[in-house]
Design a protein around this ligand. Structure first.
Ligand SMILES: [Zn+2]
Length: 276
């Protein structure tokens, strides 16, 4: 039995997020699907492969469409040109990440801090450079088929790829599973699904995705959030400061945090100390 376990905003026990790469035009349909079911995702874009204005000959969303297409979701770095970063010089890695950030920030109008590695590949040098350039988290293509949270944000794993043949079994486990005080990893559950919208090639593919979205939506105990919202929340939770006797907790962050203390749901407001 542990004293405290992490809950998500408003005491929800679980979170669901999506991460889609490459900014293909099918993102438009996917975002509409997410919006229909109240789901949130992160879209990792290659600014150098996108035209400024919509172009029929391009398979990608245009830069000028970003605010409208991805409204309510997160836009994140996927590098300018989609190279194998680990094969590049440090200067080239810097250019690929920083220039993508610069362009995406120009079109989104906000600070872009998320990333997914092109091809999911990286090495220590790539991780260090990404971190130095202000990237908060970056996803690879590793799936762990579970709901645990990472503490290696720059090697962020996923639960599974969207085309995983047993994804509905995982969805069942996620929906029906109970987060309890003796749960091993002492953190809220995260169901993290990644993919590319161009993988939905047939209407059956879209129907399967809609079925999944419908099944996972409108759950009282699930927080629907973008990748960066989850990152910011978990970092705030992990920065809680406990008194030596564990009877008080101070939240130094600007984000309200929830936890389960001996089976009770507690809210720890931003910059506030709470006695148990
Ligand atoms: Zn990609």
């Amino acid at each position: 039995m542990i004293n405290n376990i992490m809950l998500y905003p408003n005491g929800k026990a679980k979170a669901l997020t999506f991460s889609y790469d490459d900014g293909e035009k099918k993102d438009i349909r996917l975002v509409q699907l997410f919006n229909k079911y109240g789901l949130k995702g992160t879209f990792n874009l290659n600014s150098g492969l996108m035209t400024v204005e919509p172009d029929e000959s391009s398979s990608k969303v245009a830069l000028s469409q970003i605010p409208e297409v991805y409204k309510g979701h997160e836009v994140a770095v996927h590098t300018v040109n989609h190279p194998f970063l680990e094969r590049m010089t440090t200067t080239e890695i810097i250019d690929e990440i920083l220039e993508d950030r610069r362009t995406l920030e120009k079109y989104t109008g906000y600070v872009v801090r998320g990333m997914a590695y092109p091809f999911g590949t990286y090495n220590d040098d790539v991780i260090r450079v990404a971190k130095d350039l202000g990237i908060a988290y970056s996803r690879g293509v590793h799936s762990h088929y579970g709901f645990g949270l990472t503490d290696k944000w720059l090697e962020m794993p996923a639960t599974c790829h969207q085309a995983y043949d047993k994804i509905f079994d995982l969805a069942d486990k996620f929906v029906n599973g109970k987060v309890t005080a003796d749960w091993r990893s002492a953190a809220g559950w995260l169901f993290y699904i990644w993919g590319h919208s161009f993988e939905y090639r047939t209407e059956e593919d879209w129907e399967r995705m809609e079925k999944l979205c419908a099944y996972l939506s409108n759950r009282d105990d699930v927080w629907y959030a973008t990748n960066i919202e989850i990152y910011d929340y978990v970092v705030a939770y992990r920065s809680l400061c406990y008194s030596a006797d564990m009877q008080s907790v101070y939240n130094p962050s600007g984000i309200d945090v929830w936890l389960m203390h001996r089976g009770e749901v507690c809210k720890i407001p931003a910059r506030t100390e709470v006695k148990f």
